[in-house]
Design a protein around this ligand. Structure first.
Ligand code: 13P
Length: 288
């Protein structure tokens, strides 16, 4: 099946009280592991690409070519959206031109008026082309691709203003952060999430920083209107740990163990296991 935008899968998720996972990709192995797991579990999936990962993978057109090739060669029939993660205004335009099916415009660091103006313009472009668009209010904490956010809680009135522009999905800070959570993390602010949900109604809400959020908090967030959950660091940690184990066991020195197809295989399987665990937790299994 060709790429789809994220609108239908998220509308269904919101109505069905589950969430679709966005898993960020970094290379061919990542992409293949995520797509195969989604297909095996009959789950919709969103492939996330940060601007940094976009540069690393030789630009957006390379990524579109790789993902479209895999959808075809692997006979992927579940809905797959290719989505720019935390895009700048120019990055969003570049991904739209390259053939992404979905973009995020992260204007959370602008004053609300400028966030609204830029989001509005991109909403019009996406509507015209049949793409989905995610906007953000209240920056997500932690560091991602060198961008450091403070982990704010979004203002529910500002969320409503951005939701009313016609975005497909809305990321709102509720005390979540990217990367590993510190020991003294206060947890998600469910009061904020409830207030945002009450103001934005049917709008699918996005929870960033999915790595390391306890299961009960994930379930409560879904109950309160979260329909998309982003996971990146957890796949990286799983990949690194499995690769480390392989090398520390000296397997790269045995026979043809240095062959990248062997060297990267444990990490590939570890990503598959992580994605499976998340899809089961988010409730998207069997929902394609
Ligand atoms: P983590 O790296 O914390 O899983 O967050 C991913 C994310 O929110 C991507 O936008």
């Amino acid at each position: 099946m060709p790429l789809v935008n994220a609108k239908e899968m998220l509308t269904k998720a919101k109505a069905g009280h589950y969430a679709v996972g966005q898993f960020n990709i970094n290379n061919l192995e990542w992409t293949k592991a995520i797509l195969l797991t989604a297909q095996e579990l009959n789950s919709p999936v969103i492939l996330g690409v940060s601007e940094g990962a976009g540069k690393y993978m030789c630009g957006y057109t390379t990524i579109v070519g790789m993902v479209n090739g895999m959808l075809n060669e692997l006979n992927i029939t579940v809905p797959v959206a290719l989505h720019l993660d935390h895009g700048s205004y120019d990055g969003a335009k570049a991904c739209i031109a390259a053939g992404f099916s979905s973009v995020m415009f992260d204007g959370s660091h602008y004053a609300i008026e400028e966030n609204i103006a830029k989001t509005k313009e991109l909403v019009a472009t996406c509507e015209e082309l049949g793409l989905s668009i995610e906007a953000e209010v209240g920056s997500i904490g932690g560091e991602e691709d060198g961008v450091v956010g403070a982990g704010e809680c979004a203002d529910p009135d500002e969320c409503k203003m951005i939701a009313d522009l016609g975005v497909t999905m809305l990321a709102a800070g509720i005390g979540n952060i990217h990367g590993k959570y510190p020991e003294n993390w206060a947890g998600l602010s469910f009061d904020t999430l409830e207030a945002i949900s009450a103001k934005t109604g049917d709008m699918p809400l996005v929870l960033h920083g999915g790595t390391g959020i306890p299961e009960d908090m994930i379930k409560k967030a879904i109950d309160l209107g979260v329909s998309k959950i982003n996971v990146n660091t957890e796949c990286q940690l799983a990949f690194a740990a499995a690769t480390r184990e392989y090398v520390e066991a000296g397997k790269d020195l045995q026979g043809k163990g240095f062959d990248p197809r062997k060297l990267l295989a444990p990490g590939f399987e570890a990503i598959k296991a992580t994605v499976k665990e998340k899809m089961e937790l988010f409730g998207s299994v069997g929902k394609a």
